[in-house]
Ligand binder design. Structure first.
Ligand SMILES: N[C@@H](CCC(=O)N[C@@H](CSC=O)C(=O)NCC(=O)O)C(=O)O
Length: 284
């Protein structure tokens, strides 16, 4: 199925475009954005980094607030920005809270009846969208990395660990690391996957690391020490650090003093994350 351009902007010498299309995974219309740096020669293929956003976001939060395009342009790396849930549906309860339903797809395939028809963000992000991206943009399928923030950090970590040959490197800003053990995750997993906690494990970064680690790719994780969600124990990065240590996984975990959960934190460290990915995506 085709994609239609909604908007197009020149930024950092490249082009940021927003597209809408009909998704076969979610059976709804979906929107995503792609940044392609300038000066890409003729038929050259460039690396791409997926960025998965957090609760309440669309593809636009990162585009407008992260200030990432100059770093991506510097390395000639494309950025792919999916939305965070199906849109245009009106399932009872779908729009009632910020942490479940619309804007809160948790990058999983729901199995509970009410949600399973449309809430298939795992398939959307790691199967459907990559095909669309490769068909429409000059991106090298063998040089792809993934990063994300909060719920999107959970998405980036779990999707990479469930598809360990698909991504060259993984990074996360303040990810939800152990969703089976925090209020956000318990609410989402109960709603989308049901009460049987054994079904939750395949979408829990700590559990995936314990079961399948270590992975060949390196992981970068930044966490702000003044992040209210970290202090409320929604994120639990220490549990992920411990699982990585036990398994011998290469992880660079930075506790960043005084930073919160916002895009001010992301915009401060996004150049470091893009430099990190560029290390694995480019011949240096
Ligand atoms: N109560 C807040 C919570 C929403 C929020 O903080 N969302 C974060 C991600 S949190 C984890 O996934 C976010 O990225 N917000 C968008 C932004 O541009 O800052 C609320 O309802 O706003």
């Amino acid at each position: 199925m085709g994609i239609n351009v909604k908007s197009k902007w020149k930024v950092a010498g490249g082009i940021l475009s927003q597209y809408e299309h009909q998704s076969t995974s979610t059976k709804t219309g979906m929107t995503f954005s792609v940044f392609v740096p300038g000066d890409v020669p003729g038929d050259a293929k460039i690396p791409g980094i997926y960025y998965l956003s957090g609760l309440t976001c669309t593809d636009e939060n990162f585009c407008q607030k992260a200030g990432a395009f100059s770093s991506a342009a510097k390395h000639k790396v494309a950025l792919i920005l999916p939305d965070t849930s199906p849109r245009g549906t009106d399932i009872p309860g779908e729009h009632d809270s910020y942490d479940f339903g619309s804007g809160a797809g948790f990058y999983l395939n729901a199995t509970e009846d009410k949600w399973s028809e449309n809430y298939r963000m795992y398939d959307y992000v790691c199967v459907e969208l990559p095909k669309i991206v490769l068909d429409n943009f000059p991106i090298d399928p063998d040089r792809v990395s993934i990063m994300g923030h909060s719920m999107g950090g959970h998405g980036a970590l779990t999707i990479a660990m469930k598809n360990p040959t698909s991504y060259k490197s993984v990074s996360a800003f303040a990810p939800i690391c152990n969703p089976s053990k925090c209020a956000w995750g318990v609410k989402a997993f109960t709603g989308y996957l049901g009460a049987d906690e054994s079904a939750w494990l395949e979408y829990d970064a700590v559990e995936l690391m314990k079961s399948f680690g270590p992975f060949k790719f390196e992981i970068l994780l930044d966490q702000g020490s003044s992040d209210n969600f970290y202090q409320q124990k929604q994120l639990l990065p220490e549990a992920f650090e411990q699982a990585c240590n036990e398994k011998g996984q290469v992880l660079k975990f930075n506790m960043q003093a005084g930073y919160d959960h916002s895009y001010y934190f992301i915009s401060t460290f996004v150049p470091d994350h893009i430099d990190f990915h560029a290390n694995f995506l480019l011949d240096n």
